[in-house]
Design a protein around this ligand. Sequence first.
Ligand code: XMP
Length: 497
Amino acid sequence: MERDSERTGAFTDKLRVPEALTFDDVLLRPKESRVEPDEADVSTRVSTNVELNVPILSAAMDTVTESQMAIAMARQGGLGVLHRNMDVDEVVAEVERVKRADELVIRDVVTADPEQTVREVDKMMDRRGVSGAPVIDEEDQVLGIISGTDIRPYLEVGESDEVREAMTDEVITAGEDVTPREALELMYEHKIERVPIVDEDDRLTGLVTMQGILQRREYGDAARDENGHLLVGAAVGPFETDRAVAVDEAGADVLFIDCAHAHNLNVIDGAREIKESVEADVVVGNVGTREAAEDIVDFADGIKVGIGPGSICTTRVVSGAGMPQITAVAEVADVATEEDVPVIADGGIRYSGDAIKAIAAGADAVMLGSYFAGTDEAPGRVITVDGKKYKQYRGMGSVGAMQSGDGDRYLKDEPDEEEEYVPEGVEAAEPYKGSLESELHQLVGGMQSGMGYVGAETIPAFKERSEFIRVSSAGQTEGHPHDVMITDEAPNYSPSE
Ligand code: XMP
């Protein structure tokens, strides 16, 4: 008899469950404030050694982040995390593309040969999309510079003349250590638009252009490394040490161990091995509990949180496992904060209010997929259905994504037949949204408003000062537009979301 009642007690005890909350369950309690939203500083740390000017990352998904998105994210002060549904060679090229964008000194310089004809050079410059080229000899010595203005017909240069006759041979060059300001001064002083960079033997090593300098100025808040290159992250599988070493050597700043369940002990072993093999910071994820955080906090440079909150995720319904995101973030942040390890809240963010709630729960930065999938910078083309424009967005655990990569994010072996996949995500479409810049403007602006309501000027101060209140379902209804017919779409709110 006693054994029976003990057994009953054991199972019914399981029903005394702790509460776990997500975005719609809570709101930030408004507080006394002198902080104007525009003055709120949203800079943060994404990992132990890497800082961002805005606390936002684009998801490592094949419909969200390739180099175009990563470049745009870093220019706006955030971080793009390249997905891993591509070969190692391809991702290395993608990292290099981001690192080359906006660089002061162009290394892949289009050059001309003094014996080429003007016609040939004109065509070459057209093809390569440049309007001028240094003319070099076989030893890479700079002999002159040729530009569109040198070869226009009104200057009476024949198309079949040699470049050496048409080029400007008084070339202003600079050394490797030239600063943007010095280069610009040279350009103004000599009325030129490009300055070849030479080594101590006067051999061409690069080129600085006026256009390049002005472009860098335009992105004053960009997230850059110590050499001025844009920051970039890359996803790697927990057992992909080769990929990790390759992207590390290519210059990726942060590697993200990309796994749906990083509390799997084999995954942790793999992540430790990767951490020991690379120089870049290593963020480990995803996890959603205090215990998982305790098992990785000693070696991770950042911890990424999210077990099934994503818009395209079916992990919770397929596996029955998961953790509502606000509670997951708070549990992990309790552990990570003690060790000064940054936390990233990944998935489930639909509005800027969700993003700042994740920070209040203890995250240092947030990662989004669906929010960015409809922008120009996301991979894929715009499709039109019933007159409305969309872009494809699919879970990395969807059948389509698993077929074009490998299912090891979900710790699954590759099946022989399509129907044998056990997906944990769906394939969908996102309304087309235009440029990333305007989406980010709304996202960051909304987060700054949250900081204003709480009265915190910085992200660390906001994490400390913010408090949650619990919202009933009546409160949730009250929080959205209600009892009206919306006549004009707001740039940051869509009722269908
Ligand atoms: P949002 O809500 O921003 O979420 O679209 C993006 C995050 O979702 C995760 N992710 C998945 N989770 N099945 C899952 O359970 C999937 O197929 C899947 N694909 C992506 C991922 O963490 C991403 O950053």
